[in-house]
Design a protein around this ligand. Structure first.
Ligand code: FAD
Length: 598
């Protein structure tokens, strides 16, 4: 490997979204030599697309809000499958992390009194999302990026990591390639922080961009780490359904948070017909009460449009199935009849432009057509809640690629706060691990050669299969058989189909050279998507109940038997698939249990 470019660091952060940038800043401030590696351009990570806001119980609008209420909302939103300690840390530390962003220059929207303004989102008892119009992610990324650059942290852009390197069971570095030249690169580092985001690109209709191929999930599995909660995939209730070229593109929950309502083809505000018993006590049961809530949250209950996402997505799905859908197969989301054009344009500028430009719909004058879209991965790499280290020494995970924090369903706004809270913790812990090691594990030449051979394999094969067709078939399979409503027989078919796709992928070949070759890049990413697809289908088949982002037609309700355990996945012995085991949830201490007693 004499010719391979090679760099030495203490900590390598893979991913330049909010979690990766926050981790890199923390590791740098803790005295480590750090680099960030990302497969797209700096500033292009998924985080930049986040619209609605970042949840933090600052109490700026409602002094009754505090970390305990946020903790309770988060656990109930996740149907109690969250790791309690992660939910606790998250609720306690989010306000401080948001204030820190402000210190670093983030310009949040303000209350009348000049405090950081907070907006309503589903499942949150109080308005608590710090936001910048509907472009919150953009401002957070801008702020973190500026700080990263000011601190002089190295960034490797358009560089994809394809393997993690280990020595004697511990992390020794990472192996990747430059997307433009196709040349290989090795990072020697005893600590790696995975911050690679989700895996929505394995589904056909999704709000996710091309980057979300589950790379971090697959890298972790192949390095010996474990994944949890993989059966829980969040389908956001409101994605665009028309025109076909933008099907799945997100319509932010802020539309409902700011007063938007859902109607079916009969003009009925149907969410009142879909309030589950679990949330009945805290949900308005009349239009009058729901509408009063926007002004007076203390004396009224929240509108059913702001139930957690899994509930709203299922309700929309049911209306469409019952034949009460909109012309293009969705339902109507109406803010035009509820708020003035000035209000809508000020609070939701991106949504206004998105619909005007892409669908020729003026949302200040007419309703939008929307439907569920695959949006967020609750499942991810199992980590220690305090340090974000996985079971592999030196391997950390943070953000959407980590698991546990959100249980079976994430509340809106809780991802951006997750990124900054756990990003900081992971960066700190990785730096202190790396800088205190008496000696550093060094990657073996054979392992680097194996990583290289594996990356080049698609050029060596002479099969007739091409990666684009396999990806399309996988996306269709996941959409049809592992979608929003699932069934045992369909999940079995999905697993068989994934096996067939894996066989086809083994004879997949790519043409051309290593210089910017998207077919080759996809062939590499596809291995990850297939592995992740298998994990989701396998866990979904095993969990014989409905809970959060996992709904089984054949097991329609939650089952207490399943309410206290996770499914844990790891790579099988020959590396061809995954094994799964059940694991008890960690016991919540009594002083936290009391929040759920009534
Ligand atoms: P990302 O921001 O996705 O970053 C992943 C990084 O990993 C990228 O830099 C990518 O290039 C890199 N990467 C991936 N694989 C590799 C590899 N193999 N090698 C090198 N680099 C790699 N959440 C909220 O809380 N509030 C919201 O309002 C909100 N709105 C959203 C709107 C949209 C349209 C979407 C899609 C999501 C929204 N979310 C929201 C969710 C939230 O934005 C994401 O969960 C979050 O940004 C994920 O951040 P991350 O740091 O984990 O990963």
């Amino acid at each position: 490997q004499g010719g391979i470019e090679r760099h030495q660091y203490d900590v390598i952060v893979i991913g330049a979204g909010g979690s990766g940038l926050r981790a890199a800043i923390a590791a740098h401030e803790a005295g480590a030599r750090v680099a960030v590696v990302c497969k797209s351009l700096l500033g292009k990570a998924h985080t930049v697309m986040a619209e609605g806001g970042c949840a933090a119980a600052m109490g700026n609008l409602y002094p009754d809000d505090n970390w305990q209420v946020h903790f309770r909302d988060t656990m109930r939103g996740g149907k109690m499958l969250n790791h309690w300690r992660m939910a606790q840390i998250h609720a306690q530390e989010a306000p401080e992390r948001v204030m820190e962003l402000e210190d670093w220059g983030a310009l949040f929207d303000r209350t009348q009194d000049g405090l950081i303004s907070q907006r309503d989102f589903g499942g949150h008892r109080y308005a608590r999302l710090a936001h910048i119009g509907d472009r919150t992610g953009l401002e957070i990324i801008r702020t973190l990026q500026q700080r990263l650059v000011a601190l002089g942290i190295d960034v490797y852009m358009e560089c994809t990591v394809t393997d993690l390197l280990k020595r004697d069971g511990a992390i020794a570095g990472a192996f990747g390639y430059w997307r433009e030249s196709g040349r290989f690169i090795v990072f020697d580092a005893p600590a790696v922080v995975l911050a690679t985001g989700g895996f929505g690109k394995a589904w056909k209709v999704t709000s996710n961009s091309w980057e979300y191929t589950g790379d971090g999930h697959a890298l972790a599995l192949r390095a010996g780490a474990t994944l949890i909660n993989m059966e829980f995939v969040q389908f956001h209730p409101t994605g665009m359904v028309w025109p076909p070229s933008v099907k799945g593109l997100l319509v932010t929950e802020s539309v409902r948070g700011d007063g938007g309502i859902l109607k079916n083809s009969e003009g009925k505000r149907f969410m009142f017909d879909h309030i589950p018993d679990y949330f009945r006590k805290e949900t308005a049961d009349s239009i009058e009460e729901a509408d009063r809530w926007y002004e007076d949250k203390k004396n009224n209950r929240r509108p059913p449009e702001l139930l957690p996402r899994d509930e709203v997505a299922r309700a929309i799905n049911a209306e469409i199935k019952a034949g009460r859908g909109s012309p293009h197969g969705g339902v109507f989301l109406d803010i035009a009849s509820r708020r003035t054009p000035e209000f809508i344009k000020k609070r939701l500028p991106s949504m206004y432009h998105q619909f005007k430009e892409l669908a020729d719909v003026d949302i200040t004058a007419e309703p939008m057509e929307i439907g569920p879209t695959c949006h967020y991965a609750m499942g991810g790499i199992e980590v220690d809640p305090d340090t974000e280290v996985s079971v592999v020494p030196g391997l950390y995970a943070v953000g959407e690629c980590s698991g546990g924090m959100h249980g079976s369903n994430r509340l809106g706004g809780n991802s951006l706060s997750d990124l900054i809270v756990f990003g900081r913790r992971a960066g700190d812990a990785a730096a202190s691990y790396a800088t205190s090691l008496p000696s550093r594990p060094e990657a073996a030449d054979d392992d680097i050669a194996a990583a290289q051979a594996s990356a080049l394999a698609p050029f060596e094969l002479e099969g007739r299969e091409n990666p684009y067709t396999i990806q399309q078939d996988l996306q269709q399979t996941m959409n049809d058989l592992v979608g929003i409503i699932r069934e045992g027989s369909e999940l079995e078919r999905a697993l068989e189909e994934v096996e067939r796709l894996k066989e086809r992928a083994a004879s997949m070949s790519v043409e051309g050279h290593r210089q910017y070759n998207p077919g080759w890049h996809l062939a590499i990413d596809l291995r990850n998507m297939l592995l992740v697809g298998e994990c989701v289908a396998k866990a979904a088949l095993a969990r014989q109940e409905s809970r959060g982002g996992h709904t089984r037609n054949d097991y329609p309700g939650p089952d207490p038997e399943w309410g206290d355990k996770n499914l844990v996945l790891r790579l099988n012995d020959d590396g061809t698939g995954v094994d799964m085991t059940e694991q008890a949830l960690p016991a919540m201490p009594d002083d936290l249990k009391k929040f759920f007693e009534e």
